[in-house]
Every structure is written in C-alpha cells, then in structure tokens.
Write a protein that binds this ligand. Structure first.
Ligand SMILES: Nc1ncnc2c1ncn2[C@@H]1O[C@H](COP(=O)(O)OP(=O)(O)OP(=O)(O)O)[C@@H](O)[C@H]1O
Ligand SMILES: [Mg+2]
Length: 398
C-alpha cells in the first residue's frame, strides 16, 4: 500500500535558511546595522539634534535621495526606529511614522494612516481638519511626529508642503511635525520644482555602493539569514562583484535570497556559483517587486496589456491606442469590465510614475501633425512582467 503523505513531510524538509529567518532578506525587513552608512546616520542625528536635546520644537525637513538600492528606505527606517528608542529612554515623546506613498497615494490617505495610530477615525473630515486634529493632539501630549515619506513624489510637492505648513497654521507656536522625504534622483527633481525646496533643511544624497561595501552588507545579511557553512566567501565575493555593476544592495540581497530558494528546491546544503548564475536571470535590480502588491486591479491589467503586446518578438514599443486593445482583451480574459480609454491613460500614467514603463511623447514629424506616446519597458522583460501580473491577478482578492 502506498504511504499517505502529509504536509509535515515536506515542511520539515531541510533548508539553507535559518529557522524563521527568511524574512531577514525581504524588502520590508529593517536591518539593525547599516554598513557603509555611518556618515549618513551621523548627519541625520545632527539634523534632528534640536529635537533630541529637547531644545524646543522645530520642524526639521530632510530630503534623502539616491539611486535604486542605495539604502534610502533602510537608512530612514533604521534612523526613525533609533530616534524613537532614544526618545523613550529620555521620556521625550518622539514618534516616527513610515509611510510608503505607493500604498498611501494621497494626502488624506497619509493623514488617515497616521491618525489611525492615535485611534482617531478620519472619515468625514477634510484634509485641513485632519491636520488641525493631528496638531492639537500632538500639542496636548507634547509629542513630536516625524513622518518618513517614501516615494514622496507620488504625493507631490504641494501636498508635502501643506503638511509642513500645518505647523505654522495649527501649531500654536511650536512646530510638531517634521518630515524625511525619500526619493530617487529623477523623481526628486520633479518635487524640487515646487516651493517645497525652500523648506528643506538638509539634503542627503546617497551614492551607490562599491564592491567592498556591498561585500560587508551581504556578509552581515547572509549571517542573519543562512545557516553557517551555506554561503562561502567565494559566493559572497561573486555576488558583490555582480551587484557592484549596479551599485545596488537590493540586487545583491535578492541574488542571495533567490539562490537560497534554488538550493532549497534542489535540497542542497550549500549555495553554489551555478545557483547564483541561475538567480541572476531572475533578478531585475531596479524593479521593486513589493510595489506590485499595491497596484489596483485595473493598473495590473494595464501592465499586463503592455506586457502582452511587448512580448512579441521584435516589438520594442507600443502606443496607448494599441495597448488599450490589449487591455480590453486582458479584461475579458479575467472577466472584468474594461474602463474607458481615458481611464486607461491614467493607469498608464501611474505605471509611468512608478518607473515600471517609460512613456515618451514624440512628434510624429515628416508631414504628419500631432504627437503620440511611445510606451516601453525598462529592465524588466515582458515575459517576466506578464508572469508577475498574472500571479497577483490570480491570487489577490480584489
Ligand atoms: N547599508 C546597508 N546595510 C544593510 N542592508 C542594506 C544597506 N543598504 C541597503 N540595504 C538593503 O538593501 C535593500 C535595498 O535597500 P533600500 O530598499 O533601502 O534601497 P532604496 O535606496 O530605498 O531603493 P529604491 O530607490 O529602489 O526604493 C534592502 O533590503 C535593504 O535592507
Ligand atoms: Mg526605497
């Protein structure tokens, strides 16, 4: 008779990862140590010195900018956590709220996220009323709030500025809200066009990581995640070498993570160079896989449409009109009512803001009047984009 199988049989299978440690390589994990970012941590500490020394409440507004995977998010979250801890030890009320503007896309959504932490429901109030409620609460409890606004350009300069200005309007003489604005370089330029730039107290520009720093970073991260003996020095060296080309720490960490998954799938005890080479084909360093989970249904379908069009051999770009036809087919496939073309255009604009696709407006030229959008993909191959869109469309409840 055939032996019955049970889930346990597979769950208890060995793994190269330490028990419950896989998440230490995930994008949402906030590392406790930040090799190579000591100078920036020190600078942030000095920027916020007036708060930590309780010298009165000033609004400190810092911009942290830099290329993909240079540790902007990790730096700010780590700093925020340490600042709160410092405040707690001194009975000085500092709170830090990290907001990912991919998920909370509007000012009112940012504010209601923050107010929810104070158990205040925000339904029915205008943004201005919410700010006034928040400031009153901070004043009453003698608290200072620091908001880490990640991917801040999605929110836009005006919205950020109005949060900062609320200090002047509702602060009763003491500023209670500070911000740390996080952005990639190009997107930061978009924000700078607004009057926001006048309120920025310090701008910290991170540069990409060199090989030696990447090596330090992954030595530390590999130690957290893998059992001893799984990752050799040779492997670490190889990963740092690959990621040094993009200067991107996410690149290095994702390579390790995927290679670890491959080792588990093959039931091997160590990560081999061949596994790293395999993993290399699956990692697209500029692409933030995590943002995918915040996309709404029709945005995913729009991305899927682009992927479906661009995966054809020899097709490197498409247009709104053409992509819209693919979008309608994609909707049909998932039995979802398609939206209008103007709505589709908005989805495409959002995907462009995310840096998932490039949307360049060109003049038609050569006797033809008018302009049109040319849609392309960056470093993510169309097949991969298609696969990832489908995975979420199939698994997520909308
Ligand atoms: N100095 C460091 N020490 C340890 N881990 C780091 C360091 N810098 C970055 N990381 C890790 O590398 C990955 C990418 O870093 P992070 O997400 O902070 O980059 P980013 O600059 O915010 O990139 P993006 O612009 O794509 O959002 C994360 O897993 C992060 O924990
Ligand atoms: Mg980031």
């Amino acid at each position: 008779m055939e032996e019955e199988w049970s889930i346990e049989r597979y769950i208890s299978r060995k793994s190269v990862f330490k028990k419950n440690a896989e998440h230490t390589l995930s994008p949402s994990y906030v590392p406790k140590k930040l090799p190579g970012r000591e100078a920036e941590l020190q600078r942030l500490t000095l920027d916020f010195q007036s708060l930590t020394l309780d010298e009165g409440d000033y609004s400190v507004n810092i911009a942290v900018i830099g290329p993909p995977g240079s540790g902007k998010t990790a730096l700010v979250r780590n700093f925020g956590a340490n600042l709160v801890e410092y405040g707690r030890r001194r009975e000085h009320n500092i709170i830090f709220e990290y907001i990912d503007c991919f998920a909370a896309r509007t000012k009112s959504s940012v504010l209601s996220n923050i107010l929810a932490k104070f158990n205040i429901t925000s339904r029915g109030f205008s943004d201005e009323e919410l700010l006034s409620i928040l400031l009153k609460r901070l004043n009453n409890e003698d608290m200072h709030l620091i908001i880490g606004l990640d991917e801040a350009y999605i929110l836009g300069g005006e919205a950020i500025l109005s949060i900062i200005r609320s200090n002047d309007v509702y602060g009763s003489g003491s500023a209670r809200i500070s911000t740390i604005i996080i952005s990639r370089l190009n997107e930061w330029r978009m924000l700078l066009n607004t009057t926001l730039s006048g309120r920025i107290t310090d701008q910290i520009t991170l540069s990409g990581y060199n090989k030696d720093t990447l090596l330090e970073i992954i030595q530390y991260r590999a130690e957290l995640a893998f059992k001893s003996g799984v990752v050799s020095d040779e492997i670490l060296e190889m990963v740092a070498e690959i990621a040094a080309k993009t200067e991107n720490a996410r690149h290095a960490i994702e390579l390790l993570f995927r290679a670890g998954k491959i080792a588990d799938r093959l039931a091997e005890d160590v990560i081999t160079p061949e596994m790293i080479r395999k993993a290399k084909d699956e990692v697209f360093p500029e692409f933030r896989a995590e943002i995918f989970h915040d996309l709404k249904k029709h945005e995913l379908l729009s991305a899927l449409a682009i992927a479906k069009r661009l995966k054809h051999k020899g097709v490197i770009s498409t247009t709104i009109d053409e992509a819209y036809e693919y979008y309608k087919t994609a909707c049909e496939e998932y039995r979802i009512e398609p939206k209008s073309k103007s709505a589709f255009r908005e989805f495409i604009n959002f995907l462009t803001d995310l840096g998932l696709i490039s949307n360049i407006v060109v003049n038609l030229g050569a006797g033809r009047r008018g302009r049109r959008s040319v849609l392309r993909l960056y470093d993510l191959p169309a097949e991969v984009l298609e696969e990832r869109c489908r995975k979420i469309l199939e698994n997520k409840k909308f």
